[in-house]
Design a protein around this ligand. Sequence first.
Ligand code: SF4
Length: 619
Amino acid sequence: MIKVSPAPCYRGKILEVDLSSGDVVRHPLEANVARKLVGGKGLAAWLLYKMVKPGTDPFDEENVLIFATGPLTGTIAPSQRGLVCAKSPLTGTFSDSYFGGHFIQELKYAGYDALVVKGKAEKLSYLWINDDHVEVKDATALKGQDTTQTNVSIKRELGDSLAKVACIGPAGEKKARFALIDCDVKRQAGRGGLGAVMGSKNLKAVAIRGTGSVEVAKPQEFFETAKKFHRILIESEAVQAVWSRYGTAGSVEFSNMQGLFPTKNFQDGHIENGERLSGLSQSKLLWLRRAACYSCPIICSAISVIRKGPYSGTVLDGIEYETTGLLGANCGITDPEVVAYANHLCDELGLDTITAGGVIGFAMELFERGIWKPPELEALKLRFGNGEAVLKLIRMIAHREGVGDLLAEGVKQVAEKVGGRAKDFAIHIKGLETPAWPPRGSPGMGLALATADRGGCHERGWPVGYEVEGIPGPSGPVERLSLEGKAEIVKWEQDWFAAVDTLVGCDFSRTGLTPEHSAQLLSAATGWEINADEFLRIGERVWNLTRMFNVREGFTRKDDDLPRRFKEEPLPSGPAKGHMVSSSDLNRMLDDYYRLRKWDSNGVPTREKLAELGLEEFL
Ligand code: SF4
């Protein structure tokens, strides 16, 4: 068969499976789409925009689930991740979520740049892709199985221990709106509830076996460049000092000291004994051995085991920084064994740990304030610091039992249902629960969270590094608590993150690798001549495309907002004590930001900007 693809590193095909009709179609990857949007996030955003009609309910079978690779996926490029995308049932926005493991590489080895799943199967099913063979198989026997069990069951049934499996747990089957997708055992696409979209399609899992390979345009140059970049990451002091040594939880002490650690539903930014959750503490108490995503020299993860207490013997993925923040401090808990077990339950039942910690912390505050006191919460004694109650609630949410049925809807919907003053304590942005980088000591972070395309998210821009750590921005250093220069940093970060996401690379690799480095690898893989400016321009193009998806869904300036607490309650402690991001602060930064982006004052990309980016078809 003659290979037709935009460049040697693409497989040239998008696999589309309709679970309603059983139809399987292979579309060519259009060369102009690849050239403009590269792959990964860009390709997924383009497919989502084209395939999902405005106003579609995320649980409607018309919503699509997209797994996308990038041009470097499956090569020796450093620090590769996987990507899944859909319209989110939590936010109603564009939503992309990233994961480790080897699942996405297997998709590419099977011959596809992306997999699109649409429709809804009649009964619980799983999809089996074995190179050219594509089959929808009965999964009714897997109903209720947790994520690890599901993975094992499918490999056993297929008789193929090398197959890679992405699956949902009971929470996804029950359409808990923050259900995750477990990818290749204990690597999760957590944010945005894409596991619930999978559940809405009666799709328990996707299993893939691929035996092909990935070529590049300039093999020798690519090999030498990739080798050099692995070395840069291995030798980077910044990478080694935190992630390689202590994992992402290496940020706990910094964050807690700087007043940025979410504490008791974000009431404070510091918790007493927070260091018990740190990477150093975990490395002594929990870690078994280090673990990494595909081709990653950073190795920020760790297989861990709980060694003492009632949960001893439980094996889990190490507790990430975000999980220490949300399931730990945000619920008033600093016992690492309890947080580890809560983490384990979420992974196995299939819930995003960030939103789980956000919604439980919210319920705790409502309960303590007497705003919401249903008998079930009385029985649980749902106060901050009650680890047993957290564990019980996680199970209830995953199975949608009792009060867990409402909590499974996420903070925004709980606030609406409870009513009264509940909304004043609801910490979410566009419906996505805020991650563990609150903005009261970092106003640029406030702007980044308010404008993130999938709702409150720290992986679209992380101004904390510039504001608190003193990394110079594109125009030099900025003052931590000033508003000056923050819009420029946020735009720069968002464009850079989005560009890296077209490669489905890891955000953390940006610590050692610059846009220039990424452009070099992309050029050697594709044979195109791409420099750093063009690489960032690709990111800007993708950012405008996801914005246009959200604008089409009705999102505008009014939605680029922050929770009331961050705007009206001064931070009670730490170096930024007394600070907040007031409405006028946020509006000032939004004005600057829209101007820089050439969006109108309502946050809508102008015709001029879309034309400049070659996005005329979205006008
Ligand atoms: S740095 Fe960590 S999350 Fe990123 S690719 Fe490497 S192991 Fe995975």
